[in-house]
Design a protein around this ligand. Structure first.
Ligand SMILES: *Cc1c(COP(=O)(O)O)cnc(C)c1O
Length: 403
């Protein structure tokens, strides 16, 4: 069986994790701090706080920003459930909007129509690693007529004076937009380092902050580090210093710090990230090459003048296939021992959101894209030979189902 997205675990990762395990310090410490600095350097943003997951990081960001009941956060209808759940946890309302006709990303026109005086955050999701139209999104939040609608209810919101752009960059580590890397494009970006992501720490993520000049990013970094450790004004490592045991708790904080064991994996992953990205690009281009002459193959958008994906996911679409036919094609691919996936079921079809009143009929593009989508395997250890097996399996399956 060709798996869908196994992690790249080799002797180098095992050695680094072993070093962390035997170093005498296994939770947040020197490796996490080094990882944060290297992430900031790589992405070109202003500061990075490593956390236990994307979900934990984005929820802390929203609460730090003062998001709560009465507020609205605009998200796309196609994304992982986490994007909506963190908003719901704060008591705010996720306002779902449709995606573009030609890619899986949130539609800028749909965002513009959804903005109200209660809109505090726009959360674009860089699906598959392809950056959203950030120029279009920043045009909206900076539009004088939209700025004049904005009703800030926290000091940070007042200082920014407009809607915050907080990117769900769970897929887009290493992607570029207008010469900038993901993490340095939106005001805030959260990465996910979950096991299936294109840079992993088993579980993990970031709050990658890149607010306009005038915000004190050193102070923000310190503040966020306190928030992710119960509001303690000293972390565990600082407390072990001679005579340094006493600490204060300045607010009832969260507990979602990254451990040095996770950071040990991340440091290796980051060090060889370019090699990983190049391999993923080669695989995606080989899929394009192998499928481009098939009349039914709708190939994913991966690059244009402004942006390039980080090749996290290869989202193939089968022209003319219904949802049931797509499911049958997937089954026929699995039957040839190749694992595939779907990214994603639109949120309005899932019980948690359907029961909150979201209706799939309101998101025709999301439904159309979802119904005939199949995600093919992409990862460093996938060989050229396996790529050809996947292509052949897809062709056989489509022929079997669609004739
Ligand atoms: C994986 C993923 C998340 C959640 O990441 P965790 O690190 O598992 O919390 C959020 N958004 C998208 C689009 C994802 O794919």
């Amino acid at each position: 069986m060709i798996p869908f997205s196994p992690p790249r675990i080799d002797q180098r990762v095992i050695d680094e994790v072993t070093k962390a395990l035997t170093s005498g310090w296994i939770t947040t410490g020197p490796r996490t701090k080094l990882f944060e600095r290297q992430l900031t350097e790589y992405c070109g943003n202003k500061c990075t706080v490593a956390v236990a997951s994307w979900t934990a990081g984005m929820e802390v960001v929203l609460r730090w920003w003062g998001i709560g009941p009465g507020d609205e956060v605009i998200i796309p209808a196609i994304t992982y459930c986490a994007s909506a759940n963190v908003v719901i946890h704060t008591g705010a309302k996720p306002v779902m909007v449709d995606i573009n006709p030609d890619d899986f990303n949130i539609s800028v026109e749909a965002i513009r129509r959804a903005v109200t005086p209660r809109t505090k955050v726009i959360m674009p999701v860089d699906i598959a690693g392809f950056p959203c139209d950030y120029d279009g999104i920043f045009q909206i939040v900076n539009d004088p007529s939209i700025k004049s609608l904005f009703q800030p209810n926290s000091d940070l919101q007042k200082r920014l004076g407009r809607i915050l752009v907080a990117a769900d960059a769970a897929h887009s580590f290493g992607a570029t937009y207008g010469g900038k890397r993901s993490g340095a494009i939106a005001d805030v970006s959260c990465f996910s380092f979950h096991a299936v992501k294109n840079l992993t720490t088993a579980e993990g993520g970031t709050m990658s902050i890149n607010l306009p000049d005038g915000f004190d990013h050193e102070a923000i970094y310190k503040d966020l580090c306190v928030k992710i450790l119960h509001g303690q004004n000293k972390d565990a490592l600082a407390k072990t210093q001679k005579g340094n045991w006493r600490y204060d708790v300045t607010e009832p904080g969260f507990k979602c710090n990254m451990t040095d064991i996770q950071a040990a994996i991340g440091l290796v992953e980051l060090d060889r990230f370019q090699e990983n990205l190049d391999r993923r690009r080669t695989i995606c281009l080989a899929y394009n090459e192998g499928l481009k002459n098939e009349s039914w193959a709708l190939l994913p958008k991966m690059k244009d003048e402004k942006r390039e994906t980080c090749y996290h996911l290869y989202q193939l679409r089968i022209a003319g296939a219904s949802e049931a036919q797509r499911d049958a094609i997937m089954q026929a691919i699995f039957d040839q021992d190749v694992s595939v996936n779907v990214h994603f079921q639109p949120l309005p079809v899932l019980t948690a959101y359907k029961s909150r009143g979201y209706k799939i009929e309101d998101y025709p593009e999301a439904w159309d894209k979802y119904a005939n989508e199949i995600t093919l395997p992409v990862y460093f250890d996938l060989t050229d030979e396996q790529v050809q097996i996947v292509i052949q399996a897809v062709k056989n399956a489509v022929k079997q189902v669609l004739g």
